[in-house]
Design a protein around this ligand. Sequence first.
Ligand code: G4P
Length: 195
Amino acid sequence: MQMLKERIRKDGKIMAGNVLKVDSFLNHQMDTDLFLELGKEFRRRFADVEINKILTIEASGIGIACVVAQSFHVPVVFAKKTKTKNIAGDVYTSTVESYTHGRVYDIIVSREFLGKGDKVLLIDDFLANGKALEGLAALVEESGAELAGAGIVIEKGFQVGGNLIRSRGIRLESLAIVESMDEKTGTIVFRGDEA
Ligand code: G4P
């Protein structure tokens, strides 16, 4: 998505350790006009599939998913991160291992808000190693709902997540795929834009 790539080039900051900081418009301060355009683009890309629910994960996925959901006119559910195991059985649970933050956490969604008959689109801001998306996909499977696909704003194409998710047969649409970035020169190469 050209508009998004231009914004990343203009306002994104390349940090040490291959981290792309986009907190001036995507995941701290949030440009909701941009989000509206992201929503329209996801709607266009998933126009051929039925979707009646959007599922994301806290924290930074929530704002984006809310605006995207308006394009689909469907509700959003967000998976909550928790350190306490739920034993009451009223939630679906999955485990996510974050390489970036070096920790493992459980994610939960109430059984009340996800189940058979739901056709779910996963939405998140970043796809790096794919663990968050895998965790969300596991919740959908456990619930008996159908996974329609996954929409990602920025995929880091040089990390394993994209291949992992695609190899599982999950339809993945990433609006910008960063192929490489150079902290010293500030250069970002997007997939499809290589010389
Ligand atoms: P994964 O979910 O794809 O496996 O990614 P990983 O564990 O490596 O990433 C952990 C967190 O770091 C995720 O947020 C992810 O969105 C974020 N992240 C990964 N790479 C980048 C990057 O280059 N730039 C930025 N800004 N974020 C990145 P999270 O732990 O779920 O936290 P949050 O949603 O509460 O912020």
